[in-house]
Design a protein around this ligand. Structure first.
Ligand SMILES: Nc1nc2c(c(=O)[nH]1)N[C@H]1C(S)=C(S)[C@@H](COP(=O)(O)O)O[C@H]1N2
Ligand SMILES: [Mo]
Length: 407
C-alpha cells in the first residue's frame, strides 16, 4: 500500500523562509516532515548570521560573544551582537498569531494584544539601547564563578522599535500597589520539560514606566532576529540584559518584587555589602542588580595592532553607565601613571552608549598597552582591577586594556 506523500504546508514554508532569510526555491516540493539541512547544521556563524570572529561559549544553550574590535560601529549590527540564552530558542514561531497578554494582581484588567494591535493601535518609538549581560567580564573573577565565561563582548547597542511599555500599562490600568512587572517568554527549558519556565525576570514599576522601556518588534529597522527575541521583546536598557525578556507572550504586573525563575535566590544578585573573595553569602544578603555600572571598551585598534612610529593614531571606543550617562573617558599608555582625556560624544538618546576617541602618540618603538577608563555622571570611575568579587561573577567593570606595538 502506498501512502500519498504529504508536502509542506504554506504556513510552515513561510516560517522556514523567514528563519532562513531568503526564498526557498522549490520549497513547495519539500515533504512535510523534511528538515532543511540549514537547520540541522550547528555552525553558529551561519545559523545566527554572526560575524566569523564571534566566539561561541556554549552551544546548548547557545551563548556567543563579540570581541572588542567587533563593537566599533555606533549602532551594533546583528552579526556582532552577543547571544545569551538560558534555554532553547523557540521553533515554528507564527508571528501572525502571536499574542501578548498583560495580567497580574496589580493589573486593573487582563488584556491581550496581537502584533498588529501593537503596531496599529499604539505609537511606535525607536531608541538605541545598550544591553549588557550581568555576567559580562565573569571570566576574570577569582575564585572563578560558574556560568558562561564571558570576557568583554556580552554587550550591544542596537536600535529598538516598538511601543512604550508604559502606554500598554496605561491601557490595561495599573493599581496603586504595583511594584514590579515580570515577563514570560516562549523559549523552552533545557530539560525538555514543557512545564518548566526558563527565565522570568522583570523590572521595578518605575523602570517599566520610563519612556525608553519598550515592547519591541523591530531591531535596527527590521523584524527582530530569531535569536534576539522574534517577534516580540521587552527592552529595558541600562539594566542587566536579563531583564530584557525575549520571545515574550505574557507580562505580569505584580504587587511584590517579581518572583519568577532567575529573579530569586542568587541569580542576577550580588552581595548587598562587599565580601572577601570566596565568601559564601546567604541568600537574604544578596541584592537584585538594577542599573549596570560605568564601563568602556577600546574598539579600535584591535588588540595586537602594529602602529607605525611617528604618526599619531586614533584610539576609539564606547562607554556606557547603566541608567546614568558617561561624563568623561580617559586613556593611559603608561600603565595608568598618567591619563589623557578623550573626546566623548553624547548618547543618541538616554541609555545608548557613547562613542569616544583620542589621538595618541607613541614615543618610541616597543610594546605598549592602551587602557581606557570611563567616569559616570555622578563621578564614579571604572576600577583598574577586577572589582567586588561576588559568588556568581557579575558586574566586572574593570578597565579594558589592549596591547599595541610601535614599529
Ligand atoms: N526568554 C528569554 N529572555 C532572555 C533570556 C533567555 O534566556 N530567555 N536571556 C536573558 C539574558 S541573561 C540576556 S544577557 C539577554 C541577551 O540578549 P541577546 O541574546 O539578544 O543579546 O536576554 C535576556 N532575555
Ligand atoms: Mo545575561
Amino acid at each position: 500500500m502506498t501512502k500519498r506523500r504529504e508536502f509542506i504546508k504554506k504556513s510552515a514554508l513561510a516560517s522556514l523562509t523567514s528563519i532562513i532569510g531568503t526564498e526557498i526555491v522549490f520549497g513547495e516540493k519539500m515533504l512535510a516532515k523534511y528538515s532543511p539541512i540549514f537547520l540541522e547544521q550547528n555552525d553558529p556563524q551561519t545559523l545566527f548570521n554572526k560575524h566569523k570572529e564571534m566566539t561561541t561559549l556554549n552551544d546548548r544553550p547557545w551563548n556567543i560573544e563579540a570581541k572588542a574590535h567587533l563593537l566599533d560601529d555606533l549602532v551594533t549590527p546583528e552579526d556582532r551582537m552577543f547571544i545569551r540564552n538560558n534555554g532553547v530558542i523557540p521553533k515554528n514561531i507564527d508571528a501572525n498569531n502571536w499574542k501578548l497578554t498583560i495580567e497580574g494582581e496589580s493589573a486593573k484588567a487582563t488584556k491581550t494584544y496581537t502584533l498588529s494591535d501593537l503596531k496599529n493601535n499604539f505609537k511606535s518609538h525607536t531608541y538605541q539601547l545598550t544591553l549588557e549581560c550581568g555576567g559580562n567580564g565573569r571570566s576574570e573573577f577569582n575564585p572563578p564563578a560558574k556560568g558562561n565565561q564571558w570576557t568583554v563582548g556580552a554587550v550591544s547597542s542596537a536600535k529598538w522599535t516598538g511601543v512604550r511599555l508604559k502606554d500598554l500599562l496605561t491601557d490595561v490600568g495599573v493599581k496603586a500597589d504595583a511594584v514590579y512587572i515580570g515577563y514570560y517568554g516562549k523559549d523552552t527549558h533545557l530539560s525538555g520539560d514543557p512545564s518548566k519556565v526558563v527565565i522570568s525576570r522583570g523590572v521595578p514599576i518605575a523602570k517599566a514606566m520610563q519612556d525608553e522601556t519598550l515592547i519591541a518588534y523591530q531591531m535596527n529597522g527590521k523584524d527582530i532576529p530569531l535569536a534576539h527575541g522574534y517577534p516580540l521583546r521587552l527592552i529595558a536598557g541600562g539594566y542587566p540584559a536579563s531583564a530584557s525578556g525575549k520571545w515574550i507572550d505574557r507580562l505580569v504586573v505584580r504587587n511584590i518584587v517579581h518572583d519568577g525563575p532567575k529573579m530569586t535566590g542568587t541569580a542576577y544578585r550580588v552581595p548587598c555589602e562587599a565580601v572577601a573573595p570566596g565568601t559564601e553569602v546567604p541568600e537574604d544578603q544578596m541584592c537584585i542588580i538594577e542599573s549596570m555600572p560605568v564601563k568602556s571598551l577600546v574598539t579600535y585598534p584591535k588588540s595586537g595592532a602594529l602602529i607605525k612610529l611617528g604618526n599619531s593614531f586614533e584610539v576609539r571606543g564606547k562607554a556606557w553607565a547603566g541608567e546614568l550617562s558617561v561624563k568623561e573617558v580617559h586613556i593611559s599608555i603608561d600603565f595608568g601613571a598618567t591619563w589623557q582625556k578623550a573626546k566623548l560624544s553624547p548618547p543618541a538618546n538616554r541609555l545608548a552608549w557613547q562613542p569616544w576617541s583620542v589621538n595618541v602618540e607613541l614615543p618610541k618603538k616597543g610594546y605598549y598597552e592602551v587602557w581606557a577608563k570611563a567616569t559616570d555622571s555622578e563621578g564614579t570611575s571604572q576600577p583598574m582591577v577586577v572589582p567586588g568579587w561576588n559568588p556568581k561573577g557579575y558586574l566586572n567593570n574593570a578597565c579594558h586594556r589592549i596591547a599595541v606595538k610601535a614599529v
